[in-house]
Write a protein that binds this ligand. Structure first.
Ligand code: DX5
Ligand code: ZN
Length: 216
């Protein structure tokens, strides 16, 4: 599977968001990651529909919407209309995960499930063949700029084993604390899709940083 870099706009300069999105448009990144936080599922509030809709109008890259919210099923249609091409919901936020995954897929877009650091991979046994993507949170969700949790590497390997065992087509995405130093090890563990915010947007040359992540 080809490598994908998904810059997270959570770390972008919101005073110059148009320029930041145009920079990503001109970069070798394949997706644009939008971290939606409700202040309930995670302790932080980030941004919602007005921002994602505007980003969707400016971005030439598919929008990858990461819903860190309770009751994500209530927001799927709105973020689809805002231009999401992938919507990722949290295992821990869903009482009816299978129903919500199929609600997303019924719109003709990709459905992802995200696991917080404490949630084991085997909880996905019965749904791994329904989803297009599994997002391994390598930090506790809610904030950018954190350190990657070391257990993430073996967790990604366990996820890769489950995907192969169940003959799933799911992509493996990782989010949180990704750097130029740990990217290669993440790819070697089985990641196909890297979310990075701080490493990209706080670097001297974000476009070059994206290239270096792709080549890691
Ligand atoms: C956590 C967020 C962050 C963000 C990227 O809830 O999801 O992981 O995308 O963070 P950094 O800045 O660590 O790449
Ligand atoms: Zn995210």
């Amino acid at each position: 599977m080809e490598r994908i870099i998904s810059p997270s706009i959570l770390a972008a300069d919101f005073m110059n968001l148009r320029e930041e999105i145009e920079l990503i448009n001109k970069s070798s990144a394949q997706w644009l990651h939008c971290d939606v936080m409700d202040g309930v599922f995670v302790p932080n509030i980030s941004f919602g529909l007005p921002v994602v809709s505007m980003v969707g109008k400016l971005s030439e890259k598919p929008l990858d919407v990461h819903l860190m919210t309770i009751e994500p099923q209530n927001h799927i249609a709105d973020f689809y209309k805002a231009g999401a091409k992938n919507i990722t919901i949290h295992y821990e936020a869903c009482r009816h995960l299978h129903r919500t995954v199929h609600l997303i897929k019924s719109l003709g877009i990709n459905a992802g499930i995200s696991l917080n650091p404490h949630t084991p991979v085997h909880f996905l046994e019965e749904i791994i063949t329904d989803v297009d993507l599994v997002l391994i949170m390598s930090v506790n969700p809610g904030f950018g700029g954190q350190k990657l949790i070391q257990n993430s590497f073996s967790k990604i390997e366990r996820l890769k084993e489950l995907i192969e065992k169940k003959n799933s087509n799911a992509m493996i995405q990782v989010d949180g604390g990704v750097t130029l130093e740990n990217a290669r090890q993440l790819f070697e563990a089985g990641v196909n899709n890297i979310v990075a915010g701080t490493t990209i947007f706080k670097s001297e040359d974000p476009k070059r940083t994206i290239e270096l992540l792709l080549e890691a």
